[in-house]
Design a protein around this ligand. Structure first.
Ligand code: NOJ
Length: 771
């Protein structure tokens, strides 16, 4: 017999389920919105399409004024980057109680990799290859943001990029569309939860649609030009995956696509997004995306606003082009009433789906912030996930004490004197990483502080800054904006260096905390030189000359060119920007409390001239023979080979893994068939550890040219020392499909190569035929 308590819980559950289901009925929603829209004036409908920025936090130049009056007049559909649940509640009150129809506002924010509890920057997060962890990070971000009044996040950013000069690679998931699509889905699920009904589930916004990561020369906001075939095979998949996962909104990108800015591109916003992919949410522009089309050179504000809404864009972020010109365009017949109604309906639907018409204060529970934000549990998760994102790039054997055998430098026991040196060693504000709008910057311990806390009573942490970030003071200023100052030191380079060498000479081991500041990547932070900056590299060279063991703890938001470092530094741990708990997570990895298992999701070039450099390249008609550097009249360079310094998928561990040969269950399949590729992976070292087993496939002969390999699957496994596991991948014809010359998604009969390995370079291979 069910006891009473369980019975009542079941009843409540059923009631909750029914009410949620009732609210979700499309007919109910249509009826509600029909009735509401009947009451709305043209101005009020246009008002729903208006998204001004508020708050202390702005990301661009424009600032909207007089927002309160506009809200009361019904001229605002949502606001963004306002922080604080009380402020948000007060503004919501103005909309609900003081505007004629009381339509609630959306409150958006760039919650990109955490809210106050910060997770690694997205590029770092992608290096976990752990979809559960990635979804968890988005879930926690949603819980915290919603506790503070936010109903909508401008994330995930899923732009594929093969150009590390572009600063925004830090905000995405790297170069691969297959992995990018999986991450897009995990993020959307994390933010939106089951159906956005709970008050800790918020609406996601996939961005930047489309191709923003392919700007020429890696320069932000720059022109994009690519074939449709490349678009659909290499760039579109993650956006489409987010749509399939039910993302509520899409953000248009700044760049042009096929000569028309994305914000006015009907083919993109209507034919592809809605027609081909079935998207039924709303499209918002990026910041001043509409007014920027004046500079793109396609018309004045009225013209570009009309083009945007006619293309299928529903909401205008900051330009105020819709509120100031749409009425005129309707009167002049340049925009139809039907088009306006459609856009307005989409915004109202989003509010309805979020439950804001039922309860406009759904996200305004003043008790929640204290309970739900920056909690111990969230911070523990952030620490664990940060450590999972670190990529061990090098770990040579060194002799620590005379007469003892050489052993890997990392991990090491926290004892004796540990020197932590470098401009990134003692900065709190640089720990969370770029795009941490809601983070309380000063609350994240610096590396020095974190390590001191972790080693108290066991080791001495000594510190010296060693150098400024960059020798050029004005460059440093540009690279440390938004409260991320590294407190430029007025001493000379030599004085800073001498102090560091004194500290280094007293130590048993040196941690060199070097690389980029957090604002050297992110928006509007493109670089043409990807070395560790000048004075820092010099510092590193001098530290190595002391003869002490040096570990390079690399902070970076993008792949850097580490050719010199790879040759000379015994151990390199790439920690990206790990978020609010990064300092502890770095300690966990250095001292071996966790075994780093992150794998790169972007190739690291040997020099900038190799860019764009990516593993899934085409073969060309004159490929270089494998293992060769240069051959006359082949596709290569005179001065550097074609290989990356660290390939996609690369990352070491404190243990080692061996791979057996690939065992295919069959060598031929037909269009309805399937085969299994199995490989035995063994932990051959002395540490327990994770391994990302990667499956790549090459279509050896196609009706158009095909990449030399493409990621088609992966499994993250965990093995104890000596343990083996057979990892199996199912291979079905769907996985072999691609967009052919006519943009049909087809699998073509012929021979395929299957490759499985620890990264995109070191693989075992086998072949099968598709009939
Ligand atoms: C501009 C950025 O491109 C976009 O990613 C961001 O969401 C908006 N500003 C809003 O801050």
């Amino acid at each position: 017999m069910i006891n009473k308590k369980i019975f009542f819980s079941l009843l409540l559950l059923a009631a909750g389920f029914l009410s949620a289901a009732a609210q979700k009925s499309p007919q109910d929603m249509d009826r509600f919105i029909d009735a509401l829209m009947k009451k709305m004036t043209v101005e009020e409908k246009i008002g729903q399409l208006n998204l001004p920025v508020t708050g202390e936090i702005t990301t661009g130049q424009a600032k909207s004024s007089d927002i309160a009056a506009k809200i009361k007049r019904g001229e605002v559909g949502g606001l963004f980057n306002l922080k604080g649940v009380e402020k948000i509640r007060d503004v919501q009150k103005q909309a609900v109680e003081q505007s004629r129809l009381g339509i609630p506002l959306l409150f958006g924010m760039d919650v990109i990799h955490g809210y106050e509890t910060m997770f690694p920057i997205p590029l770092g997060l992608s290096c976990t290859w752990d979809m559960t962890a990635i979804e968890e990070s988005a879930r926690i971000a949603a819980i915290e943001a919603s506790a503070d009044g936010i109903s909508w996040t401008f994330s995930p950013m899923v732009d594929i990029s093969r150009d590390p000069r572009w600063g925004r690679v830090s905000e995405g998931s790297g170069e691969d569309p297959f992995l990018g699509a999986m991450i897009a889905e995990a993020m959307v699920l994390g933010y939106q939860g089951k159906d956005m009904q709970r008050n800790d589930e918020i609406m996601a916004c996939v961005k930047h649609f489309a191709l923003y990561g392919a700007g020429e020369g890696g320069r932000d906001y720059n022109t994009v030009d690519m074939s449709r075939q490349r678009m659909f095979n290499e760039y579109m998949l993650p956006y489409e995956a987010a749509v399939e996962a039910g993302v509520g909104s899409v953000m248009a990108s700044f760049n042009e696509v096929d000569g028309v800015p994305a914000t006015a591109n009907k083919w993109l916003m209507t034919d592809v997004l809605r027609g081909q992919w079935g998207f039924n949410g709303f499209v918002v522009t990026d910041y001043t995306g509409i007014s920027e089309m004046i500079d793109h050179g396609i018309g004045d504000l009225q013209t570009v606003s009309a083009r945007a809404i006619n293309a299928g864009v529903d909401m205008d972020m900051v330009s105020e082009g819709f509120v100031s010109t749409l009425k005129k365009s309707i009167q002049e017949g340049k925009v139809s009433m039907e088009t306006l109604n459609t856009a307005c309906r989409r915004i109202l639907e989003a509010k309805y789906k979020l439950g804001l018409f039922d309860n406009p204060y759904k996200y305004c529970d003043l008790k929640r912030p204290a309970r739900d934000i920056f909690t111990k549990a969230h911070r523990d998760a952030a620490r664990r996930i940060a450590a999972e994102s670190f990529v061990l790039l090098k770990n040579d054997n060194v002799t620590l004490r005379p007469g003892t055998p050489a052993e890997p430098l990392l991990p090491f026991n926290p004892k004796g004197n540990i020197a932590v040196i470098g401009p990134l060693a003692d900065s709190r504000t640089n720990m969370p990483g770029t795009w941490s709008v809601a983070a309380v910057l000063d609350r994240c311990p610096s590396l020095v502080e974190g390590l001191k806390e972790m080693t108290a009573g066991k080791a001495n942490i000594l510190y010296a800054k060693g150098s400024n970030l960059i020798s050029d003071a004005s460059y440093e200023e540009r690279a440390t904006m938004f409260g991320r100052s590294l407190n430029r030191d007025n001493r000379t380079d030599e004085q800073l260096l001498n102090e560091a060498l004194t500290v280094a000479n007293q130590s048993d081991i040196i941690i060199a905390a070097l690389g980029e500041s957090s604002e050297m990547s992110g928006e509007s932070s493109s670089r043409t030189d990807l070395n560790i900056p000048d004075v820092q590299q010099n510092l590193l060279k001098e530290l190595l000359k002391t003869g002490k063991p040096v570990v390079l703890v690399l902070f970076t938001g993008r792949p850097l060119t580490l050719t010199w470092e790879q040759e000379h530094v015994p151990a390199i741990l790439n920690v990206w920007f790990g978020g609010s708990e990064a300092a502890y997570a770095i300690g966990d990895a250095l001292f071996g409390y966790v075994n780093p298992g992150g794998k790169l999701t972007m190739s690291f070039p040997k020099n900038v001239g190799q860019i764009p450099l990516y593993y899934a390249h085409k073969n060309t008609g004159r490929p270089l023979a494998q293992g060769k550097w240069f051959e006359k009249f082949r596709s290569n360079y005179l001065d550097v080979d074609n290989e990356p310094l660290y390939p996609f998928g690369y990352g070491l561990s404190y243990t080692t893994f061996s791979y057996g040969d690939i065992d295919l269950s069959r060598s031929t399949i037909d269009m309805t068939g399937e085969l299994t590729a199995a490989v035995m992976v063994t932990n051959t070292g002395t540490w327990p550890g994770s391994e990302v087993v990667q499956l790549y496939i090459r279509d050896l002969v196609g009706s158009t040219t095909r990449p030399v390999k493409e990621l088609k699957g992966f499994q993250k496994i965990f093995l104890e020392p000596g343990q083996s596991e057979i990892v199996r991948f199912k291979i079905a014809p769907e996985m072999l499909r691609y967009y052919n010359y006519d943009l049909q998604l087809v699998a073509e009969p012929g021979e395929f190569e299957v490759m499985i390995g620890t990264n995109s370079r070191d693989v075992k291979s086998a072949r099968f035929t598709l009939k």
